[in-house]
Design a protein around this ligand. Structure first.
Ligand code: BGC
Length: 266
């Protein structure tokens, strides 16, 4: 049987670790040629590219800071040079720089907004331009697909993380507004909102028994997520199986957004 994303090209930003890494693996396993963007971990991105090639896929690792427009341009040039175009763009790069409000430096505020919000804007903007430039391809019903990596914190307030929560709250309306703007061109824009996924970004929340117990109280389904949970969702959102899904946030969170504090009669 032909793979779900056969003959398509996917770009994943922040693919050298965590959720981006898992999404890249999943899209490659579904048959897409993948462009693996990384910021500082060249070795991890090159290793993943090599593994994908070894398994019979196609992959290219490309360095870029997603908050820099000229580096975004170079990254899309690299996609075009290697694979001709791109069909699926996962705007995933993200970071946390946590602190209480009085201690949060302007640098920590700006760094998180620059990567998590401005980075997704620049990535999606370049994606839309590339989809328009190359016109439709027989590989998908859509002209192109953009997946924004949001978070449960696009709706759950998060004390001590105002920069991060503001960036993800911003992604919610960025994604919906962009989806509305480009849907008439058959460009599908959606978000995935992961809950607690076992990655380096939240290691302190799951790497001790006490922390894990506390975290599980927030997850009705009773387990921490893994990157495959997000990868599977990304494959579906990138494929024609979700062709009528436009401007939606898909929560993949084991029920974290179900107000678990109310499970026992409030
Ligand atoms: C954050 C993680 C956190 C999870 C659930 C994610 O967006 O990056 O650190 O564990 O949300 O709170």
């Amino acid at each position: 049987m032909e793979k779900l994303l056969a003959n398509q090209v996917a770009l994943i930003t922040g693919a050298s670790s965590g959720i981006g890494y898992g999404v890249a693996q999943a899209l490659a396993a579904a048959g897409a040629a993948v462009v693996l963007n990384y910021h500082s971990h060249a070795e991890a991105a090159e290793k993943l590219a090599e593994e994908i090639r070894h398994a019979g896929g196609a992959a290219l690792a490309v360095q870029a800071n997603v908050s820099d427009p000229s580096q975004i341009e170079q990254m899309f040039d690299a996609c075009r040079a290697e694979f001709g175009t791109v069909d699926i763009v996962v705007a995933n790069s993200g970071m946390q720089k946590d602190s209480a409000i009085a201690d949060m430096t302007l640098d920590d505020w700006q760094a998180v907004i620059a990567t998590n919000l401005t980075g997704q804007f620049l990535t999606a903007q370049a994606a839309v331009k590339e989809f328009r430039r190359r016109g439709s391809r027989p590989v998908s019903k859509a002209l192109g697909k953009i997946i924004c990596m949001s978070s449960v914190h696009e709706i759950i307030p998060w004390a001590g993380h105002v920069n991060y929560a503001a960036s993800k709250g911003g992604i919610q309306m960025f994604m919906k507004s962009l989806a509305q703007e480009v849907a008439p061109e058959r460009i599908r824009v959606n978000s995935i909102a992961p809950g607690a996924i076992r990655t380096p970004i939240n290691k302190s929340a799951w790497d001790s028994d006490a922390a894990l117990k506390k975290l599980l109280e927030l997850i009705p389904y009773g387990r921490v997520g893994n990157v495959e949970d997000i990868g599977n969702a990304a494959v579906w959102l990138a494929s024609d199986q979700s062709d009528y899904v436009v401007g939606t946030t898909l929560f993949v969170d084991g029920g974290m957004t179900l107000y678990p504090g109310f499970a026992d009669n409030g």
